[in-house]
Design a protein around this ligand. Sequence first.
Ligand code: NAP
Length: 270
Amino acid sequence: MVKRAGVIGWPIQHSLSPALHRYWLRQYGIEGIYEAIEINPRDIKDIWSIINPQECCGFNVTIPHKETIVAQLDRIDEASRSIGAVNTVTYKEGMWQGTNTDVYGFSQHLISSVSNLKKKRALVLGAGGAARAVIYALKKLGFAHITCSNRSEEKAQKLAHDFHIHHAAWSNKDELATTSDLIVNATSLGMKGKEHLELNLNEASPHTVVYDIVYNPGETALLANARKHGMRTVDGLGMLIHQAVPAFAAWFGVTPEPDEKLEKHLRQHL
Ligand code: NAP
């Protein structure tokens, strides 16, 4: 039987996931289907009348369903529980099971892009679902000192409390940037059509790595500025590609290898 998977979201036309998974289906000669499924937030409670295991082996979850899908699943793993969000669902052993592969996507891409990564001080900007996945990943990677800073400070405080890390006022981020080995933008600032993330890097060390999880545009103003200061930069497209690897493997039985051709292919869809 042809295996069918997809991505749920609202709206969903912008999603790169169909282009990504269809590329691998073609590359590995798998007769599978991957489709974009638009689900209105008010219908998430009725998801199993829209998706059923006879037809679908699993799906990705994107905005705004990453948190609300949790209550509809039979089982979620420890990472999803800590983060409070699921981005990948697989039908396995008669159960809908949720995981958060953003953690794997972020770590894997960071490790594969940066040699001699200094795992001491990390500054994470943002306190939404993506920031929670990034912080979970940084803790697993063994970063010694992680600070979160967010425009709405109470969210940063909650996150710091949940993950036993530090938090700092949004107005202090420039100062913190000067002592960080890794800076991660996990806000939606810098996305095409949104304001830039203003971060003063004049006093930052050229050894600092700047990672922007935003992937459209490929080089955000933050990354362009970091590059001008001679800092190492990492953009978000690699995270998006790597987070799809365990999902594709779980659904279609082949572990795909991310490559530059795929990146080029996806950039054409941005
Ligand atoms: P979210 O839960 O809505 O969180 C958005 C974050 O951005 C919050 O911390 C919010 O701060 C901050 N923010 C928004 N507008 C701001 C502004 N004008 N000034 C300062 N801060 C602002 O979203 P999310 O799911 O965490 O996603 C965040 C970004 O990560 C999105 O761009 C998404 O596309 C990207 N992402 C990329 C990948 C990947 O694979 N590369 C994976 C997941 C997400 P407040 O709390 O103050 O509102």
